[in-house]
Design a binder for this molecule. Structure first.
Ligand code: AMP
Ligand code: MG
Length: 344
């Protein structure tokens, strides 16, 4: 891990606690595997190990899968598929793994549904605003932002499955899949565990989670939601995950304040500027963590009004936390959002 990565890890470690740290009190968990990946932490909870596998062995297997993902999609790896694709200026097809092409296809679908609010070609803006591989908490000039806008746009990116490849329509295009990669990683680990015959688990990377089966207390897994400002549980309420995934996107996960103004790492690719509205976070529950992760970022870019409209249109289960004049937050949920129940 280089210094930049370590720095990011320290920033993200706090943010990552959002959902996980508050898994409600349950019977003692017999197996827990923890580690570091994608500039953040991951954790796996199981009732018991699959037959014939030691904890260390299972951890090695899971970490191999995570290494594969970072080799494909991490902009921190000098040699990853995404880094090499970002470095070329050619508009020819560039071969990538099927997994990466598949993830790009999902991202592109979200871009179309949201008319560009979600856009993995936002990479150059993320770098310019200082939230990328070079940490530089300084507001860029308007002229620099405008200059970059011509190299942003999901319409300038093509993908295909056979053979798996990506193509830039504009040579300057740069990808950043941070808004979807953690969720994808969670799904890869979850599906691997399912393949091993593990029926009950909770997999988490950087706060994005996927649950299967029941917790050791014999109930569906229950997840607490923390309040962004205080880090305390939101009115002691919990979300039950019935073989579902959940992801949260928050404007406070990475930000800086300059001259009294707050700049978040969530960037509106349509304007080139960080989002500036009262929605501070969006939590999405979905069948897969990839979907939940991508939708959470999309809805946070859109904010309460447009985000809720799009969530309803596509039957997405979403919870918006909105800043208000007084203390605490206003909660707005889409119709499909499971009830958040009072903790017993
Ligand atoms: P998440 O925490 O999943 O919401 O992802 C946030 C990260 O996604 C940011 O740190 C950026 O790297 C990237 N990002 C920022 N804005 C967008 C956007 N509008 N569409 C896609 N990715 C974005
Ligand atoms: Mg996301």
């Amino acid at each position: 891990m280089n210094l930049v990565e370590l720095h990011r890890l320290l920033i993200l470690a706090g943010a990552a606690l959002l959902l996980v740290a508050c898994v409600t009190e349950q019977a003692a968990l017999p197996v827990r595997i923890d580690g570091v990946t994608m500039g953040t932490t991951y954790s796996i909870q199981l009732h018991e190990l699959p037959a014939g596998i030691e904890s260390d062995q299972l951890q090695n297997q899971l970490e191999e899968l995570l290494v594969d993902i970072t080799q494909q999609m991490s902009t921190y790896h000098p040699d990853s598929e995404i880094t090499r694709f970002n470095q070329i200026h050619s508009t020819d097809w560039f071969e990538v793994s099927l997994e990466f092409a598949h993830l790009v296809a999902i991202a592109q679908q979200l871009s179309e549904l949201s008319q560009g609010a979600f856009d993995i070609t936002v990479g150059p803006l993320v770098e310019l605003w200082g939230f990328g591989t070079r940490i530089n908490a300084q507001r860029p000039t308007d002229a620099k932002i405008q200059k970059l806008m011509s190299s942003i746009g999901y319409g300038q990116l093509e993908w295909r499955h056979q053979p798996a490849a990506l193509r830039k329509r504009a040579g300057d295009l740069q990808l950043d899949v941070s808004a979807i990669a953690k969720g994808y990683g969670v799904d890869v680990l979850a599906e691997y565990l399912t393949g091993l015959g593990v029926a009950n688990y909770l997999v988490e990377i950087g706060g994005e989670l996927r649950a299967a089966g029941i917790n050791p207390g014999g109930e569906v897994w229950q997840i607490g939601i923390l309040q962004p400002d205080t880090g305390t549980a939101l009115a002691n309420r919990v979300l039950a995950l019935d073989n579902q995934a959940v992801a949260t996107s928050g404007d406070y996960h990475n930000f800086y304040v300059e001259n009294g103004r707050y700049y978040s790492h969530i960037i509106d690719p349509r304007t080139g500027y960080p989002v500036k509205h009262q929605t501070t976070s969006v939590t999405v529950v979905a069948a897969s963590a990839t979907e939940a992760d991508a939708w959470a970022t999309t809805l946070l870019v859109l904010g309460e009004e447009q985000g809720l409209q799009l969530a309803e249109q596509h039957a997405v289960a979403a919870l918006f936390l909105i800043r208000q004049a007084g203390p605490g937050f206003r909660l707005v949920a889409s119709s499909n959002m499971p009830d958040i129940v009072d903790e017993q």
